[in-house]
Ligand binder design. Sequence first.
Ligand code: SF4
Ligand code: SF4
Length: 649
Amino acid sequence: MKRIGVFICHCGVNIKGTVDVEKLTRDIAAYPGVAYIENYIFMCSEPGQKLIKETVIEHKLDGVVVAACSPTLHEMTFQDDLVEVNINRHQLEVANIREQCSWVHNDMEEATRKANLIIKTAIEKLRLNESLYPISAPLTKKVLIIGGGIAGIQAALDIADGGYEVILVEKSPSIGGHMIQLSETFPTLDCSQCIMTPKMVAINKQPNIKLYVNSEVESIEGFVGNFKVKINRKPQYVDPDKCTICDDCTDVCPVIVPSEYDEGLAWRKAIYIPFPQSIPATFTIDTENCLGFNPIACTKCRDICQPNAIDYDKKPETFEEEIGAVIVATGFDLYPVEKMAEYGYGKYPDVLNGLQFERILSATGPTEGEMHRPSDGKVPKEIVFIQCSGSRDPERHNPYCSRICCMYTLKHAKLYKHKVHDGQPYIFYIDIRSGGKRYEEFVQQAVTEEGIVYFRGKVARIYKEADKMIVSGIDTLTGKKIEIEADMVVLAQAIVPNFNAAKLINTLKLNTDENGFLIEAHPKLKPVESVQAGFYLAGTAQGPKDIPDTVSQASGAAAKVLALLSNDKIFHSPIVADVNTELCSGCGICVAACPYGARELDELAKVAIVNDVLCEGCGSCITVCPSSAAQQKNLSDEQVLNMIQIYTS
Ligand code: SF4
Ligand code: SF4
């Protein structure tokens, strides 16, 4: 029989305040197989760990139960302690008597009784634990980054500068994301394009980065360190090596459609470069609108193209790449304003969203930075900005705070005043959230020096009278009804996950929260890792955030990937499923049940087999196996039944 040591932690008063640890120690001491028992104020402290190690040696223990906090916090700490004294790390069990006991009970007697059962359960499991060793696999030192906005760009540069190859996949014809659409950035008011374009150029120049634009990830198979990815690239129909960017084709193209870059406030042709600083600077034919691809062939662009750069017969291509890790940086969209009928977006051309106003402010925008409203080109003398438009509204729209709207609305109002000195900006707000470096100073300066008028409250509706937008709402501080005759209205729309990424996220089997944002492995301790091994998160795909936080998170994800790639092999937990081939009938039910594709049928032997590296030990196969042939290492049926018996005896 194993000689088991039990170490009960007080966790200060976190456990001891609710659980009678002295009684618990006396009771567990009498349990069969317990060779030693001790309680201590903080088992995770250095003296606590020293106590465990010295006791294991002195009392010749070959298994340890630490009764303390959740194993997600300190299981590895205590496992490492056992390894230091030559005991296999899987001869440790953590009995969670804090989160699952002392923190959720008030009655000391009942909590002590429950802690007793939890510890005995852990002892029963440990009694039959095998000594296991990590499974190793080779590691492909190449990274896939999905999304070419600032998050994807920053992560790509960091990893490539670290000496590893990067595959950067962007859905649209140019990298740059939403940041390249912005005018100036808060709180420093530096030109967004001026700080963004050097990074975009660097992507093009960095030999370790392979860029696929106009491309999408079709599938990813494999496991951390050893993924195979399929990338579909749509043709652009213009050979960048032949194209001289003379622009003759856009001159003759008869098709005009709203420009995505200018958020529909300007036009582009069916053959186009998204914006002047596009990377790559390659013309693309938009097949949805080009006449050459709809039944009547136009061919005007091909006819005029001197260097014969245009080839309508180009076909989509599929590329396969082997990679070791993935960073998902698919970015954001704005909450559809169409869902907010009360604000008249789409009905009134002078009701804009925040990105459209950015384009009006921008020197590369439709008005070249001059302040003119879309409907008639008039200089707007009164503008109403509406914060939390679709955010913090759990009844009708999104419950969460979009985090950047307070700041960018203030920036909008300030930049507007810089352009229209006698103009009057009004801002409707719920409250001002300025929790970033120098954000509060930015707010104070704008409020005191720029003459911006704030109304605390919400807008009920917007309607048109003559050439004015009537903005009707309540100031909740004074209780008074407000009506403003505005020339323009700007809605600070909520940040939502990129609409186009939903299918991809589903394909990658990544977890999302109730709002569709990617879930990190731990909100505080693993903020850039996904729970799926080998997947890392960067930018607004994980939640609304500003540019500094996006760049920081992207560099954080890159650092995690660099740490992974610095190893020669990857190691995987040996807590995986197993097959008893004597019992397996080869029915294949487990193959269908495995969410990780870790099981397959050996057609010759007619038994199921498990790919140890793909198996995440989720137990799905074990629960569905009708022959009890599927078992999980260190969680056999016998162990589970012994544990259950503690509660039934
Ligand atoms: S073929 Fe298409 S892209 Fe070329 S000019 Fe005609 S409509 Fe425009
Ligand atoms: S334990 Fe889960 S991941 Fe492993 S083979 Fe079974 S179903 Fe697949």
